[in-house]
Design a protein around this ligand. Structure first.
Ligand code: DQA
Length: 138
């Protein structure tokens, strides 16, 4: 059975409550319940943390075993060379996802340290971006 690791970074545990005009009003756990049946032959492994080191540890732990990584590193996208290095270190290909169109927002959100380490980037399509990222990795 194929395995895809979905990683969400800081503040994404608040999806559904956090700035719903930008991020929508659905929690990620609720969204995941609708995605899992779309991929009955795939084990989706979900991890969220607000801590940079924990995100890196999870990439190290599973990034040599899973078939792909879907990552929304939240604000660490724009700051973390360490998460970019972790993605380079492991063998699983990664797709970067952003719920919002970061290029239509503040300029400090325009740069991503992760994009160059990823197979592709999906942004601005809301939660649907995660499903599209999974499909592309499969
Ligand atoms: C985000 C965009 C980031 O700039 C922001 O810090 C987030 C969420 C998105 O999914 O649109 O936390 O990654």
């Amino acid at each position: 059975m194929k395995q895809i690791l979905i990683i969400n970074g800081p503040n994404l545990n608040l999806l559904g409550k956090r700035e719903p005009d930008i991020y929508g009003n659905r929690s990620f756990v609720d969204y995941l319940k609708t995605v899992e049946p779309l991929f009955p032959d795939v084990q989706l492994r979900y991890f969220q943390s607000n801590h940079e080191g924990e995100l890196i540890d999870k990439i190290h732990e599973l990034g040599f075993d899973v078939d792909g990584i879907v990552i929304n590193a939240g604000a660490y996208t724009h700051t973390s060379i360490a998460i970019a290095d972790a993605l380079s270190a492991v063998t699983a290909p990664a797709v970067e996802v952003h719920i919002s169109n970061v290029h239509a927002r503040e300029t400090y959100r325009h740069h991503s340290y992760l994009s160059a380490k990823c197979k592709g980037v999906i942004l601005g399509l809301g939660l649907m971006g995660y499903e599209l990222a999974i499909r592309s990795l499969l």
